[in-house]
Design a protein around this ligand. Structure first.
Ligand code: CU
Length: 176
């Protein structure tokens, strides 16, 4: 497991140890954004509203998967991004790492709260070369801001990915 994977796994663990409030919040939150990973790619909406969003990630594959959100630079398509990774770029220049639901075992699901800004994104799994071997998922973040209800606990235990944790993850991954 690489260093960045370990960093993200810590967040996943934080989520797994907080099942108590998850149930409580689930009752209040009408509909989290569902992201399903399979071994061939993602099932997720093509478009979501910006804001602090509640994501529910489920791994229905047979391998470990994650769903990292990467904001693409202007004029760069999902195909361009994947082509850059295939040609050796660790994290293509100009793209922004917004983190996301981390490494999750087959059959497991996790939920996180994550702030996303308007723009064109992809969902990508960095595990075991999946970024190039399985399909990424284009995701447009647009429209009026929509903030989902969050649990009343400290971010360190709730799996809310704020700017600090995003920066930490980015530095672990060695990108700006
Ligand atoms: Cu994967």
């Amino acid at each position: 497991m690489s260093i960045d994977a370990t960093g993200r796994a810590v967040l996943v663990v934080a989520c797994l140890f907080s099942s108590g409030w998850q149930k409580e919040v689930a009752a209040k939150s009408s509909s989290p954004i569902r992201i399903i990973a399979t071994d061939s790619g993602f099932e997720a909406p093509p478009m979501i509203a910006p804001g602090l969003r509640h994501l529910l990630f489920e791994n229905r594959g047979t391998e470990i998967h994650e769903a990292m959100l990467v904001k693409l630079p202007q004029g760069v398509s999902a195909a361009d991004f994947v082509a850059a990774v295939k040609s050796g770029a660790l994290f293509p220049k100009g793209a922004l790492d917004y983190s996301g639901p981390g490494l999750t075992s087959p059959g497991e699901s996790i939920e996180i709260w994550l702030t996303v800004d308007p723009g064109q994104y992809i969902l990508v799994c960095w595990n075991s070369g999946h970024a190039t071997s399985t399909a990424v998922h284009p995701l447009a973040v647009q429209g009026g801001r929509a903030d989902d209800p969050v649990p009343n606990e400290s971010p360190s235990r709730t799996g809310i990915l704020d700017r600090t944790s995003r920066s930490r993850l980015s530095s672990l991954r060695g990108c700006p």
